[in-house]
Design a protein around this ligand. Structure first.
Ligand SMILES: NC(=O)c1ccc[n+]([C@@H]2O[C@H](COP(=O)([O-])OP(=O)(O)OC[C@H]3O[C@@H](n4cnc5c(N)ncnc54)[C@H](OP(=O)(O)O)[C@@H]3O)[C@@H](O)[C@H]2O)c1
Length: 295
């Protein structure tokens, strides 16, 4: 474990802030053609958003391969971008699955990683994540697969997604966890108070925030909107930038995983890293989102 740990720390590649999520680039959203994938990848890279988040299941197991085809045609240097993918969710109506379930035996994890490499037309993943915790996961099986992938250089970093403290602690007995990708937003801030982010800071597990804008643009409350708009005026920023700046202030170094397919919003997200919210402004926003002051 120690030797592997040292190798994992040495090989770990730098991830951009923010990360660009690709869940809705394909059949689950924008339905990009190859050219549109390439344009969007180019926009991201030009802005320094060089890390792309995938999962085997996106687009019903199709988005990785579409992205991989577009990427391969661009002939980019492999170290000019980073790729994240995930495994473990077995979807209903695919692969003869009778129902949706999770699978984490060593053979399946290895097969899934190989498939992602093939789809993305690359030799390695910068980060490989277990998509969701399973009540049936056996950590020795996970350890076997992850150790092999790290040793073979097929993954440079390893992490989990949607894991709670106990699930991370269980897995950490056998492997080192670099990242946990969880839902964090101003309107979804449980991890700030339930010990999750504190645990991750203690164990140097960096949070990636999926859905970093939360429910803000879907079901806004007038009180929250008023506060966010007031801050947007004060900091000469847009509302989405204020939501992201709120995440950036947290000491656990949260990396937002953006879901947008709009290039202007990628730029806006990148620029949000420069906004430093004042202490009380951070609490004003949190209060507006929670509907109450801190105790
Ligand atoms: N690990 C997991 O379990 C998990 C789960 C879900 C997602 N993810 C990852 O996280 C990524 C992001 O998730 P997400 O899509 O929920 O993130 P998000 O960035 O919080 O939300 C993106 C949505 O917000 C909209 N939006 C952004 N700015 C807006 C504005 N100013 N006004 C109105 N609408 C705006 C976008 O529309 P436009 O496209 O028009 O900008 C898009 O529909 C995914 O792509 C995926 O990679 C991981």
């Amino acid at each position: 474990m120690n030797e592997l740990l040292a190798q994992q720390k040495m090989n770990k590649t730098k991830i951009s802030t923010p990360i660009q999520g690709c869940m809705t680039w394909g059949k689950w959203g924008a339905n990009f053609a190859t050219k549109a994938y390439q344009q969007q990848i180019e926009v991201c890279l030009d802005l320094g958003v060089s890390t792309f988040d995938h999962a085997d299941i996106y687009g019903g197991y199709t988005t990785e391969a579409e992205f991989g085809k577009a990427l391969a045609e661009m002939n980019l240097q492999r170290d000019s971008f980073q790729l994240i993918s995930k495994c473990g969710i077995q979807m209903e109506n695919f692969r003869e699955n009778a129902t949706k379930h999770y699978q984490y035996d060593a053979a399946y994890i290895l097969k899934s990683a190989e498939q992602s490499l093939q789809n993305l037309q690359t030799d390695y993943l910068d980060v490989f994540l277990l998509h969701r915790p399973s009540p049936l996961m056996q950590v020795t099986e996970i350890q076997k697969a992850v150790a092999q992938l790290l040793q073979q250089g097929k993954i440079k970093g390893f992490g989990v997604s949607n894991f709670n403290i106990q699930q991370m602690a269980l897995l950490q007995k056998v492997v080192s966890i670099d990242y946990n990708q969880i839902q964090i937003a101003l309107t979804y801030s449980d991890s700030l108070t339930n010990g999750l982010l504190d645990y991750m800071q203690t164990h140097q597990i960096q949070p990636m925030a999926w859905n970093p804008l939360g429910s803000y643009f879907k079901s806004i409350t007038p009180k929250l909107q008023k506060s966010v708009q007031k801050m947007a005026t004060k900091y000469k920023a847009t509302e989405d930038q204020i939501l992201l700046a709120w995440l950036h202030k947290h000491p656990s170094q949260i990396i937002p995983v953006m879901g947008t397919t709009n290039s202007n919003r990628v730029q806006s997200a990148k620029e949000s890293t420069k906004i430093q919210l004042e202490l009380q402004d951070w609490f004003v926003l949190w209060e507006a989102a929670r509907g109450k002051q801190v105790d």
